[in-house]
Each structure stands twice: as structure tokens, then as C-alpha cells.
Design a protein around this ligand. Structure first.
Ligand code: C2E
Ligand code: CA
Ligand code: CA
Length: 482
């Protein structure tokens, strides 16, 4: 009996031990799993944190993180009565690098730039990539000359080319600087004003830095206002075209006219294009305005025809934004070729407009030629034409820029440049027009060096459509039948 009881006790004890062991084992497995899960969760959270706060390409703090730092910097500086600066760095013509070398090279370049600039800053300053080719720096520095020295050092890191896949890549940057608290009390204001200053640096020819000034903001406001006024001016028919004759120096005959826009602003008088074309270019309104010019010229040619004047070639200035529209060729076809005036239209294009994506450009220019349109290169010598490209374009005329004509009588360099442009045009069977001829001496020299057509105040200022009629020739055949 005793042995039976003790056996049952033994079994119970064994069973208990077994249950404990299983229990402990389950707890152990659960613990391990939980630990693993926690570790994974932590890694995952870290990754998310990194993605949320760091730029994946350059590993620099990203936009979100930069603005967090900036908010904190404002909080501390306002409490401690301190100053600091925000620097906006934007690469110059980065799109061109991507277009010519491809995006992988563009990405590698961004990393190299990030490293070079990052090495310049002190440990506690923040350098961040906020997207694309835009970087921001938060610099805890109050001394203006130290800030300028630092900005110059940043520009200088671009003096040496970046070597990528055996290619030497040259690039520069433009920077804008805003001060806390002078230029803004909030991160938004400081950022916007550094952006305004950076755009000023671009407008001044790139590869420089600018401090924010309140006048810059005022200018932008004025520009916005002017943009609105221009739209109203078009609706209210306040734009007019004047025409400046181009004269054959041998015969003194008018061989063409250049259409030049003016704004007859009520209570202001005549506003010249130099005051508003750039605003229209900047805000895109030039597309509408440019279309108006082309349609107006087409109508004017028909009016002159109806009055019995012989056809005359009318040149129209075309801006890059207008020319680069997809619909430009269709527009020319409908407004000029189909209206029967295509053969009387010449488009004046600048060198910088032409020197982009040369294959596509050649195709577009050929299509224009097929539409009966003539082409000339305006302000020649001031841009960066590649002569080998020039040869591929169906361009009939080169206009020597006024800046070479101004001092042609006294400056041997200007004379030499004008002579070589004429020689170049002759070699390529192109015509040459010298613009801005004001004096008899200028005319004599130009005639001597073989320039056959001139335009300028010496013969005539730009005139209204009615006034310029005295330069047009009556078509006898037509006048007889009228
Ligand atoms: P541009 O194409 O170089 O036009 C020549 C400018 O020189 C005109 O100024 C003309 O009046 C001026 N000019 C001509 N001969 C002389 C001269 O002997 N002496 C002096 N001092 N100036 C002379 P404007 O009319 O003020 O036009 C300035 C610029 O505005 C033009 O330069 C052209 O780039 C732009 N522009 C004018 N009309 C249009 C247009 O309809 N569309 C576009 N996109 N731009 C236009
Ligand atoms: Ca022109
Ligand atoms: Ca010009």
C-alpha cells in the first residue's frame, strides 16, 4: 500500500516538474521571440527615422530635419538674443549636367558636392539637401565678414572640377543669405528671403553670393504688379508695334523692317520694351504677347498690301519661351503661312536660344524654312555660338550687335570683330545687317568693310505703322488696278 502511494506521489512530482519545464520553455521561447521582434521593430523605426530625416542620396539632413533645426535655432536665438544666418545654395545649370551626362552622373556629382561643402562647415552648423540641386546651410555666425569669407570658400570648392567616371565635370553655384532676426523671425521668412537673394545671385550672372535686401522683395512685388498690368494692357489694346527700316547701303532702299513692341500706357506715355519684356519673359506672359505680335504683323502686311505697297520682309523678335512652345510651328503655319504672308516674315532669334539641343533645333528651323519663314540671328557676337552648329542651321542673316557698332570708328577691336563677322557670313553665304548705326562715319566704315545692309537712327528710328509707309514702295501694278 505504502509503495503504491509513494509511486503515485512520485508520478505527481514528476508530472509537476514536467509541467514546470514545459511552462518555462514556452516562456523562454516567447521571451526570445519578443526580443527578436523588439529588435526588428527598433531597426524598422530607426530606418523610418532615417528616411524621414536624412536625404537618402547624400546622407545629409533633409528638408524636414533642417526646418526642425531652424525652428529650434530661432527659439534659442530669440531667448539668448543671438543672431545666425541661413544660406541657400543652388547649383548653376545642373539640368544641363543631367541632360548631357545622364542622371547617374548627376547623382554622383551631388554626393561629391555635398561632401566638399560638408567638410567646410563647423560641427555644430547644419548643412542639408532640401531637394534636387538645392542645399541649405544654417550657420551660427554673427560676424558679417566671417560669413562672407565662408560663402566665398563654399563658392571656391567649385573651382576644381569634379572627376566622375573619367570625366571632368565643371559646375558652379549661386548663393543667397538671410540673417536672423533682421530678415525674418520665422523659418518660412528666412528661407524665402534666402531664396530671393539666391535668385538675385543668379540674375547677376551666377557663381556668386548675395545678401538679402528688402529692396529685392519690393522689386519682386513691383514685378508681380507689372505682370498683372501687362495682362490688362493686352486686353485693353494698349500695345502697339513700331517698325524700323533696314536699308540697303548701295541703293538707300528699304529692304526690310523690324517690328518693335511699345506699350502706350494711359497717363504714362510710351513704355519701351526694355522695361517690360523681361517681366513678360519671367512670368511666361511673353507667349501670349509674342503671339499677339506675330498676328499683328501678319495683319499689318495684309493692310499694306491692300494699300498697294510692295511686299517687304518684316522681322519679328522671338523670345526663347515663346519659340520653345510645342505649338509654335502650328501657330506660325496658321497665323502666317496659311494667311499668305509667310514669305514676308523673318524671325530674329538669339544665339542663346539656338544653342540648345542642336539636333532638335535644326529640325525645328528646317520646318520653319519649309513654312516659308526666314531666320536671322540677333545680337550676334554677344552669345556663345558654336560655328559648326551655325553651319547646320538654315539661317539667312546675321545681325551684328549694336555694342560692336557703337565704337567701330574708334575701337580697333570692334572693327576687327565686325570685319570677321562679315567674312564669316560671306563664307557661309549669309547676309549681314549692322544694327544701331547712328552716324555717317559708322556707315562709311561698315560700307568699306563690306556690310550691305544697316539699321539705325542714322536712317530712321522705329516708326508707327503709318509713319513707316514713307519707306515702303508702291506696287505700280497694284496701284493701277486699285
Ligand atoms: P533688339 O532686337 O536688339 O532691337 C534693337 C533695339 O535697338 C531697339 O530697341 C531699337 O529701337 C534700338 N535701336 C535701333 N537703332 C538704334 C540706334 O541707332 N541707336 C540706338 N540707341 N538704339 C537703336 P527697342 O525697340 O527699345 O527694343 C529693345 C529690345 O526689346 C529689342 O532689342 C528686343 O530684344 C526686345 N523687343 C522689342 N520688341 C520685341 C518683341 O516684339 N518681342 C520680343 N520678344 N522682344 C522684343
Ligand atoms: Ca532684334
Ligand atoms: Ca540687338
Amino acid at each position: 500500500m505504502i509503495s503504491l502511494e509513494s509511486n503515485v506521489d512520485k508520478i505527481i512530482v514528476m508530472a509537476n516538474i514536467f509541467v514546470w519545464i514545459i511552462g518555462l520553455f514556452i516562456i523562454y521561447i516567447f521571451y526570445i521571440q519578443q526580443n527578436r521582434y523588439n529588435k526588428k521593430e527598433k531597426e524598422y523605426i530607426c530606418k523610418l527615422e532615417e528616411l524621414a530625416h536624412y536625404d537618402s542620396l547624400t546622407s545629409l539632413p533633409n528638408r524636414t530635419m533642417f526646418f526642425n533645426y531652424l525652428d529650434k535655432a530661432i527659439e534659442m536665438a530669440s531667448r539668448d538674443n543671438k543672431k545666425f544666418v541661413v544660406m541657400f545654395l543652388d547649383l548653376d545649370n545642373f539640368k544641363l549636367i543631367n541632360d548631357t551626362h545622364g542622371h547617374p552622373i548627376g547623382d554622383m556629382l551631388l554626393v561629391k558636392i555635398a561632401n566638399r561643402v560638408n567638410n567646410l562647415k563647423r560641427e555644430y552648423d547644419i548643412f542639408s539637401r532640401i531637394g534636387g540641386d538645392e542645399f541649405l546651410l544654417l550657420l551660427y555666425e554673427e560676424n558679417i565678414s566671417n560669413i562672407a569669407t565662408f560663402a566665398q570658400r563654399v563658392l571656391d570648392v567649385f573651382n576644381y572640377p569634379f572627376e566622375l567616371e573619367n570625366k571632368q565635370i565643371h559646375i558652379s553655384s549661386s548663393m543667397g543669405i538671410s540673417f536672423y532676426p533682421k530678415d525674418g523671425n520665422s523659418s518660412k521668412e528666412l528661407f524665402q528671403n534666402s531664396d530671393v537673394a539666391m535668385n538675385k545671385a543668379k540674375a547677376l550672372g551666377k557663381n556668386n553670393f548675395q545678401f538679402f535686401k528688402q529692396e529685392l522683395n519690393d522689386n519682386i512685388k513691383r514685378q508681380l504688379h507689372m505682370g498683372e498690368l501687362l495682362r490688362d494692357a493686352l486686353t485693353n489694346h494698349e500695345f502697339v508695334l513700331h517698325y524700323q527700316p533696314k536699308i540697303d547701303v548701295k541703293t538707300n532702299e528699304t529692304i526690310g523692317l523690324e517690328a518693335l513692341i511699345r506699350w502706350e500706357r494711359p497717363d504714362f506715355g510710351l513704355v519701351m520694351p526694355s522695361e517690360f519684356i523681361w517681366v513678360a519673359e519671367e512670368n511666361g506672359f511673353i507667349k501670349e504677347l509674342g503671339s499677339w505680335v506675330i498676328e499683328k504683323v501678319a495683319r499689318q502686311i495684309k493692310k499694306w498690301r491692300a494699300k498697294g505697297y510692295k511686299d517687304v520682309l518684316v522681322s519679328i523678335n522671338v523670345s526663347a519661351k515663346q519659340f520653345n512652345q510645342k505649338s509654335f510651328l502650328d501657330f506660325i503655319e496658321t497665323s502666317c503661312t496659311k494667311k499668305g504672308v509667310g514669305s514676308c516674315i523673318e524671325l530674329e532669334l538669339t544665339e542663346s536660344l539656338l544653342m540648345h539641343d542642336v539636333d532638335k533645333m535644326q529640325e525645328k528651323l528646317m520646318s520653319l524654312k519649309e513654312l516659308g519663314i526666314k531666320l536671322s540671328i540677333d545680337d550676334f557676337g554677344t552669345g556663345y555660338s558654336s560655328l559648326s552648329y551655325l553651319k547646320r542651321f538654315p539661317v539667312q542673316t546675321i545681325k551684328i550687335d549694336k555694342s560692336f557698332i557703337d565704337d567701330i570708328v574708334t575701337d580697333s577691336n570692334d572693327l576687327a570683330i565686325s570685319e570677321s563677322i562679315i567674312a564669316l557670313a560671306n563664307a557661309m553665304s549669309m547676309d549681314v545687317v549692322a544694327e544701331g548705326v547712328e552716324t555717317k562715319d559708322q556707315l562709311d566704315i561698315l560700307t568699306k568693310i563690306g556690310c550691305k545692309v544697316v539699321q539705325g537712327y542714322y536712317f530712321s528710328k522705329p516708326l508707327s505703322a503709318q509713319e513707316v509707309e514713307k519707306f515702303l514702295v508702291c506696287d505700280i501694278a497694284k496701284t493701277k488696278t486699285i
